[in-house]
Ligand binder design. Structure first.
Ligand SMILES: Nc1ncnc2c1ncn2[C@@H]1O[C@H](COP(=O)(O)OP(=O)(O)OP(=O)(O)O)[C@@H](O)[C@H]1O
Ligand SMILES: Nc1nc2c(c(=O)[nH]1)N=C(CO)CN2
Length: 175
């Protein structure tokens, strides 16, 4: 049976939008992961290590029969294929792909924590996720993620950068 997962994508180096686009295309290209919906793209102030460039962030919904650990491997492989170098934790990156949610599961294995352990404190994750699924609940206790967003004081650091309507992602209208 197919599962539904939500992935967070972020880029703050080089051609940021092109990296998001390439990552989605690679994920979708093997026939194992169907990218069903894409949030808008947001420009976001860096969180954690703040002395770095602004990010573009978005969330996608995928449908897959890959197990969560294999889905993670695919995400890491795409990061690798696009040339990501791991320099330091929370530092600049051409692409970062995190698994936020996988069905209604809680997973705690050596390499994978789902829900992503820091997602509920990150407006740059919650705003695009809630755009796709406004009342999605936390699998552990059913708390709607919009309640976590309400508790984040500073949301100005997340600004709509490019509105996406479903399948229209990456179709450029500017001339
Ligand atoms: N839900 C998850 N999604 C992606 N990676 C995860 C997840 N849970 C655990 N990991 C582990 O985290 C590692 C990736 O860490 P990475 O260097 O991308 O962290 P980061 O993006 O700098 O920080 P953060 O995890 O806070 O976003 C992966 O190798 C993976 O084993
Ligand atoms: N705005 C923003 N800040 C971050 C991001 C990110 O994707 N966007 N990713 C991080 C590590 O995963 C650390 N800080």
């Amino acid at each position: 049976m197919k599962s539904i997962a939500y992935l967070s994508l972020g880029s703050n180096m080089g051609e940021r939008e092109a990296y998001l686009e390439k990552a989605i295309n690679i994920l979708d290209s093997h026939g194992k992961i169907e990218v069903r919906r894409k949030s808008s793209i947001y420009e976001t102030d860096p969180v954690g290590f703040t002395d770095q460039g602004e990010f573009l962030n978005m969330v996608i919904e995928v449908r897959t029969d890959l197990r969560p650990e294999i889905l993670l491997q695919q995400c890491l492989q795409v990061e690798h294929d696009l040339g990501r170098k791991r320099e330091f934790k929370w530092g600049p990156r051409i692409i970062d792909i995190d698994i936020l949610l996988y069905d209604h599961k809680s997973i705690d294995s050596e390499d994978l924590l789902v829900p992503h352990p820091r997602m509920q404190e990150r407006a740059f994750v919650l705003i695009p996720l809630l755009e796709l699924e406004p009342s999605i609940p936390h699998p552990a206790d059913g708390t709607p993620f919009n309640r976590f967003l309400d508790e984040i004081p500073d949301k100005e650091g997340v600004r709509l950068w490019k509105q996406i309507n479903g399948e229209d992602a990456f179709v450029h209208s500017e001339s």
